[in-house]
Design a protein around this ligand. Sequence first.
Ligand SMILES: Cc1cc2nc3c(=O)[nH]c(=O)nc-3n(C[C@H](O)[C@H](O)[C@H](O)COP(=O)(O)OP(=O)(O)OC[C@H]3O[C@@H](n4cnc5c(N)ncnc54)[C@H](O)[C@@H]3O)c2cc1C
Length: 497
Amino acid sequence: MSNGNGSAPQGMEAVDVVVVGGGNAGFTAAHAAAVRGRKVVLLEKGSEDLAGGNSFYTAGATRIAHSGLSDLVDWVEPDERHGRTEVPPYSAEEYAADLAKVTEGRNDPELTKVLVEESQPTLRWLNSLGLKYRLMYERQAFERPDGSYLFWGGLHVGNVGGGEGLMEDHTRVAAELGIDVRYSHAAKGLIVEDGRVVGIVTDSPSGELSLRAESVILTAGGFESDPQLRREHLGEGWENAKVRGTPNNTGDMIAAALKIGAARGGDWGTCHSVQWDAFTATNESNRELTNRLTRQSYPFGIIVNTNGERFLDEGADFRNYTYAKYGKEILKQPGSVAYQIFDATLRPMLRTEEYDMPGISEEVAGTLEELAAKIGVDPEKLSKTVTDFNNSIDRSIAFDPNIKDGRSAATQPVKSNWAAPIETGPFYAYGVTCGITFTFGGIKSDTHGRVLDGQGKHIQGLYVAGEMLGGLFSANYPGGSGLAAGCVFGRRAGTLA
Ligand SMILES: Cc1cc2nc3c(=O)[nH]c(=O)nc-3n(C[C@H](O)[C@H](O)[C@H](O)COP(=O)(O)OP(=O)(O)OC[C@H]3O[C@@H](n4cnc5c(N)ncnc54)[C@H](O)[C@@H]3O)c2cc1C
């Protein structure tokens, strides 16, 4: 046993399955075990009013393979726009290729195969239990001049009510299935007998508690909320990143699993991080604003640092394939701050939810020079950057936000798509910094979530899913795969546990 003294405490409460961590992966695992008639206890570190982990903060966007609208309309919520909507098919092969592309081939092939093949069946199963999904018009499609809609970027389905809706649905379903959810229970260690995990030790409002279980499923998130662990594993400077989601994912259960011999899985040196409101006072773990603090319409404008210089290709790909690696690029800039710049023509295209956020870090000015002064950038430098950019745009190609339009700006760095001149006042600047989402390194398992030790053998009785399961992502990530992975591998773990 790992709770200190080598033997399990006497007279402890016994259940079939203990799930540690009450986010999307944990609840999915708990449902899968409960529908099989298992007696399930779910332990959640957060209090009830601060529950739901990172999953609560999400937009609910969930990446699944499908063969087009006809494959979705029978289970997503009805919408009067369906009749004039085009949803390009997104095959399992495309999904796998996207994962391989953005991770530069470092995604585990076996986990990937399961994720892409089971993503849609798993969401259909969750829908049959009571989770509600919809097409995400406002985030992943643009209305065309004839009133029709075209979806882009392989990410089409999301939870009704976003992450809050997702966790409300999960909590309701858990109650219906008789799952015993215990908030303010921070698990501390695994109980091991004869090499098998047989229970868990947890803090609780009434003191330390030990639970005996046939199976323990760990879904307690990554270590993104611990500044020291970030610095240790991601590198210097990462201690300054803003935590987008729950403050509770401090790697407790990763440490507990490693302590009993679990192997590390995935890429411990990289993480998911995005452009995030730099100056709003409460820009960490904010449960009112949640994901509204993110700034994801950058592919249409330019991003400059405090020297007034561009430093990345804003239009390298659809936002869904670049956003998760651009937080890191902002972290590297002077003061870890940059500004997204748009003009009056582009402003109406920005995501309302994000750019109309109350209290947003926004500066507006009639001229670029005035804008530069407001954000503390040398006006001459900003004007030169914008002029060079405007002059290098290939205006023979039409601007089209629904496709990779190839309308490039041949300047340094190049902008590969959606290059639109910044020329019509008023001009807008949005201050962004690096917001960390989750870490990619975790615990190693087989494709059923069975935790492996350093020799590749199963640690009996121990499962892992969600952010805690390492191996799928590295350096970058296709938007919507985190929730999908939690659903698929959470269900798999709960089906065996
Ligand atoms: C702002 C934001 C927006 C996002 N948007 C999306 C999106 O739209 N689509 C998408 O796919 N992904 C999105 N993500 C990523 C997504 O949140 C994660 O991939 C996913 O939610 C992880 O689910 P999980 O269940 O593994 O972890 P979590 O939801 O974080 O749950 C882990 C839980 O474990 C608990 N815990 C931690 N330690 C202990 C302990 N010792 N004992 C008991 N409990 C413990 C935590 O309190 C937490 O509730 C977003 C993340 C953030 C922060």
